[in-house]
Design a protein around this ligand. Structure first.
Ligand code: 2P0
Length: 332
């Protein structure tokens, strides 16, 4: 038996990854930039075991159906093929989220699995190599190898597509992200399907790609200058543009719910009247608000009359991936 365990934290993109140019290798159409967060993480233990006759995936103690296991099995197949292993594996994942809020993230999940495989099979991968490997599980996972800010450089091949940490001179510790949980249901259109449909059919997609370079440059400049307003403005604008592409798809779709729009409007009002804060959204209706830590309590207070405390979850910048000791199992 070969066993390994790792913990990876989720990340939220400020400049979004939206679209693949290679579905098989998970090469993105554009660079993206994210902040890894401390509040949500996944711990995954993997055991390659000669007694198994198929892969098994347990999530929070419950064995998952084949639909949920697809990304995991595909990833394990890649690892097995690369490293000439013929054993099936048991994957035991624990998602640490403050509430049962539908925030389970493939970024933290697949990054943790990559880390666990690295340890189990003694691959001794560098962070860059691990980022590349995690990317094959789920694109956004390649950014969760690193703490703080990270940029996924799209590259042109399996070798050249990976994330890198962005040194923000500790500024990330002054930032916070407030999650406003408006809906915990399972999404209708997965991010994988949503981005595929958008790339293939949206007449707005070329506009999205045209805007990336400018947004990325602005975001990196803002980080270098520790300019919160500049980073917030580009974060919000980039998210809106990403979501704009879905409206131009055939058939059109949106991840926004009426409650998401309500949060966006509240953020605009709070920004006008009280303090700088900016929203961003991913492939679902929940809204994340970027704010300076010093204003987090006031922001929460302003939203408290509209949302319960269970709906408002704060996060700070989080660390990179960590290997963990495997309990009760002999590594061989
Ligand atoms: C991001 N998202 O940059 C973007 C913004 C969602 C919206 O990365 O197909 O689960 O496994 O590579 O990484 C979610 O997509 O997709 C995502 P796959 P993934 O965070």
């Amino acid at each position: 038996m070969y066993a390994g365990k790792a913990r990876a934290y989720t990340n939220i993109a400020l400049i979004k990854y939206w679209g693949k140019k290679d579905e098989q290798l998970i090469l993105p159409m554009n660079n993206s930039l994210s902040l890894t967060l401390d509040a949500f993480y996944t711990e995954t233990c993997v055991e390659f075991d000669e007694t198994l006759t198929e892969d098994q995936f347990f999530l929070d103690g419950t064995i998952q159906e084949s639909k949920q296991t697809k990304k995991i099995t595909a990833f394990l197949d890649l690892v097995r093929q690369r490293h000439q292993i013929e054993l099936f594996a048991k994957v035991d994942s624990q998602n640490f989220v403050p509430t049962a809020a539908g925030l389970a993230s493939s970024a933290s999940g697949l990054a943790a699995l990559a880390g666990a495989c690295n340890q189990a099979l003694h691959l001794n991968l560098t962070d860059t190599e691990l980022s590349r490997l995690a990317r094959r599980g789920s694109g956004s996972a390649c950014r969760s190898i690193f703490g703080g800010f990270a940029e996924w450089q799209k590259g042109t091949s399996d070798q050249t597509s990976f994330a890198k940490a962005i040194d923000a001179d500790g500024w990330e510790d002054e930032l916070a992200m407030l999650f406003v949980l408006v809906d915990d249901g399972v999404k209708d259109i997965s991010s994988r399907d949503g981005m595929r449909r958008t790339v293939e059919t949206s007449s707005f997609y070329s506009g999205w790609l045209d805007s990336i370079e400018t947004d990325l440059t602005a975001a990196k400049q803002a980080i270098a200058e520790k300019d919160f307003v500049k980073l917030g403005e580009v974060t919000e604008a980039n998210s809106l543009r990403m979501h704009g592409t879905t409206l131009g798809a055939v058939p059109p779709f949106t991840y926004w719910s009426p409650e998401s729009l309500k949060v966006m409007q509240l953020v605009r009002e709070i920004r006008k009247n009280r303090l700088p804060c900016y929203f961003t959204m991913d492939a679902g209706p929940n809204v994340k608000i970027l704010v300076e830590k010093k204003h987090l309590a006031t922001l929460k207070h302003s939203l408290a009359e509209h949302f319960s405390s269970e709906q408002l979850i704060s996060a700070s910048a989080g660390p990179g991936i960590k290997l963990l000791p495997v309990e009760g199992s002999e590594k061989s």
